[in-house]
Structures are given as structure tokens and as C-alpha cells.
Ligand binder design. Structure first.
Ligand SMILES: Nc1ncnc2c1ncn2[C@@H]1O[C@H](COP(=O)(O)OP(=O)(O)OP(=O)(O)O)[C@@H](O)[C@H]1O
Ligand SMILES: [Mg+2]
Length: 445
């Protein structure tokens, strides 16, 4: 790992020896001879690790540790201390230091401890990326009555271990609901495993869920544990449960009843403690009628049914959700996006068949393409504006959109007449040159 380390030590020989040794390992290492200089560096640079003496001129190691944890909580701190002051070091561990080392120490011992901490930092970073890309810990945005009811139900359901069936149209946030149930439960620190039953070929799903023994089928060269075993003591989400083949549905029913699984090719059942959540955008009662879903499994799954409302049923959440997504996309690009009142109005009126996912995708596209951070009506896709260039003839009655179409037409005409001369065109239009320039940019003329 390319790490940046700060060594804080007032004794020259000690500091230089440690510096040389760590630099020799390929790490970027800075130095400070007292606590105050160290703190100034911490505020300026971003360190993965600080190795500091406890007794220092200026602010001491303990105060430095407290300041570091305040300014950059992710920076780890190793304290160096002389024999006889172990108590101070232990005290510092309680305040958030990662480790301490007694002087005089073996340099290889120090390298070993540094390497171990850096490895933990890598794992922490991977966890953050994974949680981000899986959307595991994203907040559920919304304050409308249907959303309040859903949030209340989630916190009630979290306290139980009963199987939950989460139903709702595509893009309503079923995966976020499932993750919220897990992270609000007392299993939050245990594994949360998600299986998308639709994404795995039917023939591989059994081994994916329950694992297999070596030699169970051609190609099974190693014993492999399945997702259920991975989720032991935690929670499993069986997403798109409606796509599960009938033969596996029988096996799942047995797992739910017996609390044990059998690996493919296994000889003995393995007892497990896994909380099962299922999600589907299909109406399972219809799948039952078609003979594609087992009725007994359906009743076993929906011990607690949770139904996620469509965005159409909670239109009052559209502004909140829009702000949330605009802030998210703005952060990625260092911009602060806002919606003009007309753009906001158009979004509120749109029926969003694809629910929250559709709103999110539209805003992502708009933030990439909009000419300015203030998003105008005409920056939105045509289907949301509810009006096209020629639709005024079709009797569209959205005033702002119709005005925009009329403005565009006039400006185009004036520019054509003056062969693109903006000063003359502005004069014909009766607006300032600056105003015309802004409008041409806005309408991308
Ligand atoms: N209440 C919410 N607050 C914030 N973001 C949400 C909310 N609901 C959904 N989203 C976002 O919308 C997108 C779709 O959500 P999710 O994948 O959970 O939907 P789904 O119901 O599982 O859809 P599908 O049935 O198509 O799998 C995700 O990007 C998710 O982060
Ligand atoms: Mg989903």
C-alpha cells in the first residue's frame, strides 16, 4: 500500500533511524520534532498513520492523539513510550490509539506493526467501497405518510427473526428496505448476504445457495460453502425470489422449516441460524396461479409482508428525493445543483413508472448534461417537460414549458434574420445582449 506516515520524535538519532527504516520499506514518511509542528502537518496533509513519542516538547503525544482523532478520525496512531510508562500508553489506547511500542524496540517489530495497521486500513477502505457500491447503507429518503408507515414497520420487523417478504414495483427501493431491516436488527454486526436469484443460472443456484462438496458434480474440484453458510448468524436477502425454480423452492421450504441446509453432494445437514428476507417485484399470488410458485412456500415466506409504496403514492417525497440525488451527484463533481421552480413542478407532476430508480437516473443524466448548476425546465427530458417544440399546437397547457418553446422560436428567428449577430438580434427581440447570451446558452441554441 502507498502509505503516508508522520514520525514525531524529539530525539534526533531515534527519529532519523525510524525515518530511514520506514522510507526503506517504500513508504512516504514526514517528520516533526515536537507536537505543535506535528499538528500543523496533520492539518495540512492527509496521513494514514502517525508514529509519535508520548513525551514531546509542546503538546504531548496524548494531546496530539486527541487532536488527530478529532481532525482526521481515520488516521491511525502508534505511540512510542519508554519502559515504565506503560500506563500512559494503555491510557492512550483507551483514547483511540491503535497500538504502542516500548522503547528501545526492534525496527522489524515496528515495521510488522505498521504493516499490520496498513492492512487493516486497506480492508476498511474495501468495506466502505463495497457498502457504497451495494447501496447497503444508503438512507431511505422520504417523509410522506406511506414512507413513515414503512419506516415504522421496518423498525418493528427488525426486532424479530421472522421471515419477511418485501414486495413492490421495480425501482421502489426494496433492496434498501432489506438492508435497513438488517442494519437496524441486532444482527447488524454479522454478515449481510444478498443473492439475486434472477442473475444466477437455474442450474448453479442450488450450489450458490447451499454450497457443494468436492466431487459433487463435474467441475466441483473443491468443497465450497454457499451463501446461506456465509450468512450464518446474520441475514440473507433472496432477491427476485419469484425467479427461483420450483425444485429449489421445495429445498428452500425445508431450510426455513428445519433451520438447516445440505450442501450439494453432502452427507449430513448443517444447522444454521440465518434470518431470511425475500424480495420480489412480481405478484407472487399470480405466479402461484400460473403454477410457477409454490403456495406453501409463499405462506411460509410472508410471515411478515412488507409492501414498498410506489413513487406515485408518495409524490410529496419527490422534492426530498430530488434534493438528495442532486446533492449526491453534485458532490461527485464539486457542484451545487438546484432545480428551478418550473423544473421542480414538472418532476412533481410526472408519473414515474420506474419509481425512485427512474427519478435517480433522470437526475444523474441531467446533472451531466445541464449547462448550469441551476436546472431549468428545458434541461429535463422531453417526456417530463410534458411539451415538445410543436406541441403548443396540440394544446399543451403547461405555461412555463410553452413560454420556453415560444422564446426558443423567437430567438431562433431573430438569430437567423441577423445571420447570428447577437447584438442586432437582441435589439430586435427587445432584450439585453447579456440576457440573449444567457438564453442561447440555456436553450443550447
Ligand atoms: N427511499 C429511497 N431513498 C433513497 N434512494 C432510494 C429510495 N428508494 C430507492 N432508492 C434508490 O433507487 C434505486 C433503486 O432501488 P432498489 O434497487 O432498492 O429498487 P428495487 O425495488 O430493488 O428494484 P428492482 O425490483 O428493479 O430490483 C437505487 O439506486 C436506490 O438507491
Ligand atoms: Mg432489487
Amino acid at each position: 500500500m502507498k502509505a503516508r506516515i508522520l514520525v514525531v520524535e524529539d530525539e534526533d538519532i531515534m527519529r532519523i533511524t525510524v525515518l530511514d527504516h520506514l522510507r526503506h520499506q517504500g513508504w512516504q514518511v514526514d517528520e516533526a520534532t515536537n507536537g505543535n509542528d506535528a499538528l500543523a502537518l496533520v492539518k495540512k496533509n492527509s496521513y494514514d498513520l502517525i508514529i509519535s513519542d508520548i513525551r514531546l516538547p509542546g503538546i504531548n503525544g496524548e494531546k496530539l492523539l486527541i487532536e488527530v482523532k478529532h481532525h482526521t478520525p481515520r488516521t491511525e496512531v502508534i505511540l512510542m513510550t519508554a519502559h515504565g510508562s506503560t500506563e500512559d500508553a494503555v491510557h492512550c489506547l483507551k483514547k483511540g490509539a491503535a497500538d504502542y511500542i516500548l522503547k528501545p524496540f526492534d525496527l522489524d517489530d515496528l515495521t510488522f506493526r505498521v504493516q499490520r495497521l496498513l492492512n487493516i486500513l486497506i480492508i476498511k477502505a474495501r468495506c466502505v467501497s463495497l457498502e457504497n457500491c451495494c447501496g447497503h447503507r444508503q438512507p431511505l429518503i422520504g417523509s410522506s405518510p406511506p414512507m413513515q408507515r414503512l419506516l415504522k414497520l421496518i423498525s418493528q420487523v427488525s426486532q424479530s427473526v421472522a421471515t419477511v417478504l418485501i414486495q413492490g414495483e421495480s425501482g421502489t427501493g426494496k433492496e434498501l428496505v432489506a438492508a435497513a431491516i438488517h442494519y437496524e436488527s441486532n444482527r447488524a454486526d454479522k454478515p449481510y448476504v444478498r443473492v439475486n436469484c434472477a442473475a444466477i443460472p437455474a442450474g448453479l443456484l442450488e450450489s450458490e445457495l447451499f454450497g457443494h462438496e468436492k466431487g459433487a458434480f463435474t467441475g466441483a474440484e473443491q468443497t465450497s460453502i454457499g451463501k446461506f453458510e456465509l450468512a450464518n448468524q446474520g441475514t440473507i436477502l433472496l432477491d427476485e425470489i419469484g425467479e427461483m425454480p420450483l425444485n429449489l423452492q421445495v429445498k428452500l421450504l425445508r431450510v426455513l422449516q428445519e433451520h438447516e441446509i445440505e450442501r450439494v453432494g453432502g452427507k449430513a445437514p448443517i444447522p444454521l441460524d440465518v434470518r431470511v428476507l425475500c424480495a420480489t417485484s412480481r405478484t407472487l399470488t399470480e405466479e402461484i396461479k400460473k403454477g410457477k410458485f409454490r403456495e406453501d412456500l409463499y405462506y411460509r415466506l410472508q410471515v411478515i409482508p412488507v409492501s414498498v409504496p410506489t413513487l406515485r403514492e408518495r409524490k410529496e417525497d419527490i422534492p426530498l428525493l430530488s434534493d438528495f440525488f442532486l446533492q449526491q451527484f453534485g458532490q461527485e463533481r464539486g457542484l451545487k445543483f438546484t432545480l428551478s421552480p418550473e423544473a421542480s413542478q414538472a418532476l412533481n407532476n410526472y408519473p414515474f413508472a420506474g419509481n425512485v430508480r427512474e427519478l435517480r437516473n433522470i437526475l444523474e443524466r441531467v446533472t451531466v448534461l445541464a449547462p448550469a448548476p441551476k436546472i431549468q425546465l428545458w434541461d429535463l427530458p422531453i417526456e417530463i417537460r410534458g411539451v415538445t417544440d410543436d406541441s403548443t399546437e396540440k394544446g399543451e397547457i403547461n405555461l412555463a414549458a410553452s413560454v420556453a418553446v415560444a422564446e426558443k422560436k423567437c430567438i431562433r428567428k431573430a438569430l437567423r434574420k441577423t445571420a447570428g449577430n447577437k447584438t442586432e438580434a437582441a435589439e430586435i427581440l427587445g432584450i439585453s445582449r447579456k440576457n440573449l447570451w444567457e438564453k442561447t446558452k440555456l436553450y443550447q441554441l
